[in-house]
Design a protein around this ligand. Structure first.
Ligand code: SAM
Length: 235
């Protein structure tokens, strides 16, 4: 998979060199390009923003540098690529969408700043590739870089060869193996720590009882924290 980032803060993406994503780059499983949007400006101040039509507070990212960036990265329309636009008004990012993104050959992340990007940029991008506005949640970040990194991490860990044991993916929160429930609590050694004991069932060696306990914990956690994820009557 090829990942491109359009940003006015390229340094944010130094973090791509770390951990599993960094290993995926080093081993050639993914290929990344980080692009400073200002290279596509044409004025001495390398301006990327301007005041909003219609008035209001803040600045909006000008379309011209974005248009040139899109043309530079995509000479031809490409149905195997997605223009991912982090935005509080995007579709909520969920594991199903992450799985879908993991099937594409290339993702191009458009990292907004200020009050966001001139809306015509997304219309123009849509003439070349699928455009997907994505929200990390119902809160406002300062820019799209952190969101692009979060989406990257969620997608890249699903690519074959990135996670050592693929079974761990199917047992995680939101996965098919957990029927879309949140994951149960985890414990490791020592069995007793600062007066806090691991639940006895996990030390029993009884596979069936362990499975049942985990399932009950998953259902209880999901009901308490994310009732929207379950139809109560199923459980
Ligand atoms: N004016 C926008 C609004 O009210 O929806 C907020 C713009 S925000 C200050 C600047 C940039 O941060 C956005 O263009 C987007 O790239 C990113 N951003 C902020 N919150 C986000 C979220 N919840 N999910 C994804 N990206 C977000």
């Amino acid at each position: 998979m090829r990942l491109d980032y359009l940003t006015i803060f390229p340094d944010y993406f130094d973090a791509l060199q770390l951990s599993l994503v960094g290993k995926a780059i080093a081993s050639g499983l993914i290929d990344v390009g980080v692009h400073d949007l200002r290279q596509w400006t044409r004025d001495p101040h390398r301006t990327v923003d301007d005041t909003p039509f219609g008035g209001g507070a803040g600045m909006v990212m000008k379309p011209e540098p974005w248009g040139e960036a899109i043309d530079a990265l995509l000479a031809e329309p490409d149905p195997t690529s997605v223009f991912v636009v982090p935005s509080p008004s995007g579709f909520p990012l969920q594991q199903g969408l992450v799985q879908e993104l993991a099937t594409y050959r290339r993702l191009v992340f458009a990292c907004g700043r200020y009050e966001g990007i001139d809306a015509r940029v997304m219309d123009y991008a849509a003439t070349k590739l699928r455009v997907l506005p994505l929200s990390l949640g119902d809160y406002v970040l300062n820019g799209g870089e952190v969101a692009a990194l979060a989406i990257t991490e969620a997608v890249v860990r699903l690519l074959p060869g990135v996670i050592g044991n693929p079974q761990s993916l199917s047992e995680e929160s939101f996965s098919d193996g957990t029927s879309g429930l949140l994951e149960y609590p985890m414990f490791t050694k020592p069995a007793s720590w600062r007066g806090l004991d691991v639940p006895a069932v996990l030390l029993s060696g009884h596979h069936g009882r362990v499975e049942q306990w985990r399932r009950e914990q998953s259902v209880a956690l999901t009901k308490a924290r994310r009732p929207d994820l379950i139809a109560q009557e199923q459980y």
